[in-house]
Ligand binder design. Structure first.
Ligand SMILES: NC(=O)c1ccc[n+]([C@@H]2O[C@H](COP(=O)([O-])OP(=O)(O)OC[C@H]3O[C@@H](n4cnc5c(N)ncnc54)[C@H](O)[C@@H]3O)[C@@H](O)[C@H]2O)c1
Length: 393
């Protein structure tokens, strides 16, 4: 029989797309979401193609009574509801712990203590690359190492490299697999670590299936263009469309493993449908990296090159240098590897983004000022113009 699936945070970017796929597979879907204004603005309804086909509970993940009812006759929970801004989490600490950690505790408390027992057989939680911090690197002398986080003094002098913890040589990027230690560098990452550990622990104790899907940088049509605290594709495309300068942090060569939404949906669906016993974490990424400067240039090109790309050497405390996921465990457990190349996904995203209303850039500027005002932004020494990568101190 097809499962009944509860998606917390199901009105968000990943949730809506997973929901569409579940409906196509004839699953019953219940969405639980408080339509956080930072993401949804004033809109508090589901898209027309989804709304008539799902049960919607508009409520906060910390609301015990509503969540208790929503879990009635549920087979699978996909727990996506969360605050998601890495930078913002560094100063809205209580809020991030409250929603992400206490919200997850509320969910597990209900499942564990429900008088009538629970029908839930499988839990899927949206974990993140952020739990690894800098992740894995290779030292020419010591092989695979986990470097310490970068220091402010080095970054302020324009040195963004990572160094071997044993011999201080510069290290090169390696694939980070699921055995890498937890080293989150942001409050957001720490809350994701706690979420996944709590869910996996609950599943082991109660003999449920559980997947902590460590999503890398997810992108695609439908991602929030309103939230200035997360999503560089959304931020850059909004600036490029209006010809405003695009500021890139560090030296622009920092990179991310961008994974297209359809691939994320496929991985999540396979976890939902997985019947064998499994409790553990899986990276959901491509194993490929794209430098942030390339992202800015591609987006600027698409919109007619009207923006100046400024690589200022500034940096955000809590940001990592690179991330590159090992996909080996994903392939072996769910028999799936994300396939959609970044360029292809980017063009689909941009074709959609240009049909959307422009967002005022002041919201983004405010998010930067908030970091600066709290001493969470480092001023760089270097100035590099993107078309001419010369460093002039
Ligand atoms: N998008 C990414 O690149 C990425 C990467 C790694 C992990 N994740 C995780 O995946 C999940 C979904 O991400 P997304 O990109 O769809 O984000 P999103 O912001 O689009 O969706 C999150 C949803 O959660 C809801 N929500 C927030 N606080 C809530 C609360 N207190 N109660 C109920 N609902 C609440 C929001 O209204 C929103 O609809 C999140 O847990 C996020 O941390 C996302």
């Amino acid at each position: 029989m097809k499962p009944t699936v509860l998606i917390t945070g199901g009105a968000g970017f990943i949730g809506r797309n997973v929901c569409r796929k579940l409906l196509l597979s004839n699953c019953s879907v219940r969405i639980y979401d408080n339509f956080l204004p930072q993401i949804h603005g004033i809109n508090d309804s589901l898209p027309d193609d989804i709304a008539p086909h799902v049960e919607l509970v508009k409520a906060d993940i910390r609301d015990r009574a509503n969540l208790l009812n929503a879990l009635e006759n549920t087979d699978v929970v996909i727990h996506l509801a969360a605050e998601t801004g890495t930078g913002q989490s560094m100063y809205e600490i209580s809020r991030y712990f409250d929603v992400n950690v206490q919200g997850t505790a509320n969910l597990l408390d209900i499942l564990q203590n429900r008088k009538s027992g629970s029908s839930v057989r499988s839990l899927i939680v949206a974990s993140s690359r952020a739990i690894y911090g800098e992740g894995s690197y290779t030292c020419p002398e010591h092989g695979l190492v986990i470097p310490e986080s970068r220091t402010n003094s080095r970054m302020s002098s324009g040195d963004f490299e990572l160094y071997c913890p044993e011999c201080e040589q510069v290290v090169s990027l390696a694939d980070t697999d699921e055995t890498a230690p937890f080293r989150p560098m942001s409050i957001y990452g720490l809350t994701k670590q706690v979420q996944e550990q709590a869910i996996l622990m609950h599943a082991r104790t109660n003999e449920l299936n559980a997947f902590a899907l460590r999503y890398q940088n997810v992108f695609g049509p439908g991602q929030s263009l309103k939230n200035p605290y997360t999503g560089i594709l959304a931020v850059f495309s909004n600036l490029a469309r209006q010809g405003h300068p695009i500021d890139v942090y560090e030296d622009g060569l920092e990179s991310r493993d961008f994974v297209y939404i359809d691939d994320v949906v496929e991985a999540t669906m396979r976890a939902v449908m997985h019947t064998g016993p499994f409790v553990g974490a899986l990276n959901v990424g491509t194993g490929e990296t794209v430098p942030v400067i390339t992202v800015a240039q591609e987006i600027n090109n698409y919109f007619g090159n009207n923006s100046e790309i400024r690589v200022l050497g500034a940096f955000r405390l809590g940001d990592i240098r690179h991330n590159k996921a090992s996909t080996r465990r994903l392939e072996s457990v769910l028999n799936f590897k994300p396939l959609i190349p970044f360029q292809e996904g980017l063009h689909k995203f941009l074709a959609w983004a240009e049909t959307q209303p422009l967002e005022d850039k002041t919201a983004y500027q405010k998010s930067v000022f908030e970091l600066q005002g709290r001493g969470l932004m480092g001023k760089g020494r270097v100035y590099i113009h993107a078309d001419n990568i010369n460093i002039t101190s």
